[in-house]
Ligand binder design. Structure first.
Ligand code: GLN
Length: 483
């Protein structure tokens, strides 16, 4: 049962081959048995899951249908879930039970999903390896000594290990696409504003976007359908009709113009990954796509710009964790200043503290123009590069990551080494564009992802290209040994 995709589950439930309750029990037992190896969950929500599963079965019995009705999923632990711990991977929120559901959580619950639990993540979504979590590293099911990627590493590890078919994630600089690539999944970061950020604990508000992690493009389409849409509670949500994403999965790729940026293949990219990317290009050519070399000349400035903007926004967003209103409070504070200092010093881990300091510095009087403002100007140049490229091509293709999954701990002493892993993903966040990562092969037994980028609101185009590719390749069907 655990090998089924969301699409297969929907068919099975509709044909009464099994009930959502049976499926939920099977998956909960599998999680209890296997998750100790992976550490992919921070909290399990068995009671809620069984209650939702029974409710979904009752709705089906009453004649209701829907691809998500009775579908088991999990949420990255930064989506607020009413009455359930929402930790954001931090000691700061270890005791925080959210008083309300995030819009994404509420929408998916209304569509009939069953929440099995809350997944592990880098603390406040800062990281690329799930190594900064207060709850310990999550492990990659393809090799338990390696990272599953981050920050949505728990969601990725759980879905890759067939503990459940799909999960939510968030992507500020790559945190859906990068873990998807490192664990052989399909992951989609939607256009900024497509999915509501209400109740999604903020890291860098102008970059954060929720999206689906699943094994196939079709399943990403199904999950995105339940997540996307205008939300008046989120001032950056965009009032744009949500298309039927599954209906977009049958388009021919004949004549589709795919741009491959020449800057993507410079030093830093593992040559074995470069070869797999070229193979995926050939496959898409066979399906009718036309390949064109393009240029994104400002790409080299993306990492420095991102690592000013994201920490600047984080330093502002995280100022609310002061030991007074909610979250962690130190023992016996001597006075108010001591309360602030020790609550934040003890509640936040070292990577979060580093980002707050970098961000506060970049925003401070005297440095604002030199760092923050400059970074914003670079952001505009990067967006302009994409706009020019999309005048010539329909899709941009390249690697998702420069390397396959690294060993847990290998980059811990050198934060910049970890930041460099984001080189291919962060530009989409800076420009607000949608991006998808899909399985494209293996290097030393470790999965490799190919990234597709599209113009604003063309999630359907990304999903269709990935779906056509998956109809003609079998990388996405490979399963890690032992799971
Ligand atoms: N690795 C990037 C960072 O640490 C992106 C994280 C994310 O997308 N949440 O900021």
């Amino acid at each position: 049962m655990h090998h089924m995709t969301l699409a297969e589950i929907a068919r099975g439930l509709a044909d009464k081959k099994f009930s959502s309750e049976e499926l939920t029990k099977t998956l909960l037992a599998r999680i209890t048995q296997l998750d100790p190896q992976l550490n992919s969950f921070i909290s399990l929500t068995e009671e809620l899951a069984l209650q939702q599963a029974k409710a979904a079965d009752a709705r089906r019995a009453n004649g209701e249908s829907g691809a998500l009705l009775g579908a088991p999923i999990a949420h990255k632990d930064l989506f607020c879930t009413q009455g359930i711990r929402t930790s954001c991977g931090s000691k700061m929120l270890d005791n925080f039970k959210a008083p309300y559901d995030a819009t994404v959580v509420a929408k998916l619950a209304a569509a009939g999903t069953v929440t099995l639990g809350k997944t592990n993540m880098d603390e406040f979504a800062m990281g690329s390896g799930n190594e900064t979590s207060y709850y310990g590293a999550a492990k990659n099911p393809w090799n338990l000594e390696r990272v599953p990627g981050g920050s949505s590493g728990g969601s990725a590890a759980a879905v890759a290990a067939r503990l459940l078919p799909a999960a939510t994630g968030t992507d500020t600089g790559g945190s859906i696409r990068q873990p998807a690539a490192l664990t052989n999944l399909t992951g989609l970061k939607p256009t900024y504003g497509r999915v509501s950020r209400w109740g999604m604990i903020a890291y860098a508000s102008s970059l954060d976007q929720g999206g689906p992690l699943a094994r196939t493009a079709e399943d990403c389409a199904i999950l995105l359908q339940g997540m996307a849409g205008f939300d008046p509670q989120d001032s950056t949500s965009i009032d744009e009709p949500v298309p039927d994403y599954r209906a977009s999965l049958n388009g021919s790729l004949q004549g589709l113009r795919i741009g491959v940026p020449k800057e993507y293949f410079s030093a830093g990219l593992d040559p074995r990954i470069a070869e797999l990317i070229h193979n995926s290009v050939k496959e898409l050519e066979k399906l009718g796509a036309v390949i064109k070399e393009i240029s994104l000349p400002n790409m080299q400035h993306a990492i420095p710009a991102y690592y000013v903007i994201a920490p600047a926004e984080a330093s502002s967003n995280l100022s609310r964790f002061d030991g007074v209103r909610f979250g962690y409070r130190c023992e016996n504070p001597a006075n108010l200043e001591d309360l602030y200092k020790r609550s934040r010093g003890e509640g936040f881990g070292s990577e979060v503290q580093r980002r707050i300091m970098v961000g506060a510095y970049a925003l401070s009087a005297g440095y604002y123009d030199a760092y923050y403002l400059k970074a914003q100007k670079i952001r505009r140049l990067i967006k302009n590069d994409f706009m020019a490229a999309f005048n010539e091509v329909d899709i941009i293709l390249g690697p998702t990551t420069p390397n396959p999954a690294w060993k847990i701990g290998d980059k811990s002493s050198d934060p910049v080494a970890a930041y460099l892993e984001d080189v291919y993903t962060i530009t989409a966040n800076l420009a607000g564009l949608p991006g998808l990562s899909m399985p494209a092969g293996f290097v030393d037994g470790l999965p490799v992802g190919v990234q597709l980028l599209a113009p604003y609101f063309q999630e359907g185009r990304l999903l269709n290209v990935a779906h056509q590719y998956q109809l003609n390749t079998d990388w996405h069907t490979r399963t890690p040994t032992g799971f």
